[in-house]
Design a protein around this ligand. Structure first.
Ligand SMILES: NC(=O)c1ccc[n+]([C@@H]2O[C@H](COP(=O)([O-])OP(=O)(O)OC[C@H]3O[C@@H](n4cnc5c(N)ncnc54)[C@H](OP(=O)(O)O)[C@@H]3O)[C@@H](O)[C@H]2O)c1
Length: 250
């Protein structure tokens, strides 16, 4: 599938009010996007992004767990050519806790059903606009379970499989479907984690390079690139290594 350079394109980013989503919106503007739909659950939190370029930024309310908001966003953004499903969350659920199922459902709703709903609403728009691209922000934790965040990992693994399915289904309409696999990134989500973290700007650079080059699986930082190589060489060894880290710190 051909790559889709962001210059001159209309882009939509979910969860654009902070973290990786905010960096993606800023980078899209820097790289010459024609328009950026910056979306968030609370539109008032997008004031900073709007202020980056009030002519090119259009803000929309969008909670990806709410079908009617996804539909309304699609109606408002019928000129979109690149959709980035960035919104996501973790609950801190632990596998043996009583509340694990309820918390896991919340993660699935945002991290798996969110991009699924977005695919239903936006695939026809991308088709009408020539194909374009849809990119789902997943995680290396979707490729191997991180027992520190086990149900977050399963929601991202479901997102990984969804992305493969969307790629196959949307190939016929010339839509590039990318999976984005960050390692630990310096955002609110990793606050308190004492590992090395890459910057949101590095992620945003890699994402738009990847979409421009037609890269289906985008590994955004050194940790993610190393994990991808390790998985190719010996996926079981990677699983065992991460499980051992968990045992050591418990
Ligand atoms: N940081 C990392 O190390 C890392 C690593 C791998 C993957 N990721 C993924 O990268 C994406 C962005 O995360 P981040 O690190 O930037 O985290 P973050 O700073 O916590 O930001 C998460 C963003 O997602 C939004 N969001 C959560 N649930 C939503 C929903 N139902 N509808 C719409 N927006 C929703 C949040 O909105 P509110 O402000 O309204 O809560 C916020 O804008 C997520 O998909 C995350 O899983 C992050």
């Amino acid at each position: 599938m051909n790559g889709v350079p962001v210059a001159g394109k209309v882009v939509l980013v979910t969860g654009a009010n902070r973290g990786i989503g905010k960096a993606l919106a800023a980078k899209a503007l820097e790289l010459g996007a024609k328009k950026v739909y910056a979306t968030a659950r609370d539109e008032s939190k997008l004031a900073d992004v709007k202020a980056m370029d009030s002519d090119r930024v259009v803000t929309l309310t969008l909670d990806v767990t709410k079908h009617e908001q996804v539909t309304a966003a699609a109606a408002a953004a019928s000129d979109v050519e690149i959709v980035i499903n960035n919104a996501g969350m973790g609950t801190g659920a632990q596998l043996l806790a009583d509340d694990v199922v309820e918390k896991s459902k919340l993660e699935m709703d945002a991290n798996f059903y969110g991009p699924m709903r977005m695919g239903v609403a936006f695939a026809p728009i991308l088709k009408a606009n020539g194909g374009g691209a849809m990119a789902n922000v997943l995680s290396v934790a979707g490729l191997v379970n991180f027992p520190f965040a086990p149900t977050y990992s399963t929601s991202k693994a479901a997102g990984h499989s969804l992305t493969q399915g969307q790629r196959a289904v949307l190939a016929g309409q010339n839509t590039l479907v990318c999976g984005i696999y960050p390692g630990p990134i310096d955002t609110d989500m990793t606050e308190g984690m004492t590992v090395d973290k890459a910057s949101t700007e590095e992620v945003a650079n890699e994402v738009f390079d990847g979409i421009a080059n037609g890269t289906e699986e985008i590994f955004t930082d050194n940790m993610a690139k190393g994990l991808a190589q390790g998985m190719k060489a010996d996926a079981k060894a990677v699983e065992k290594g991460i499980a051992a880290q968990f045992q050591n710190v418990r």
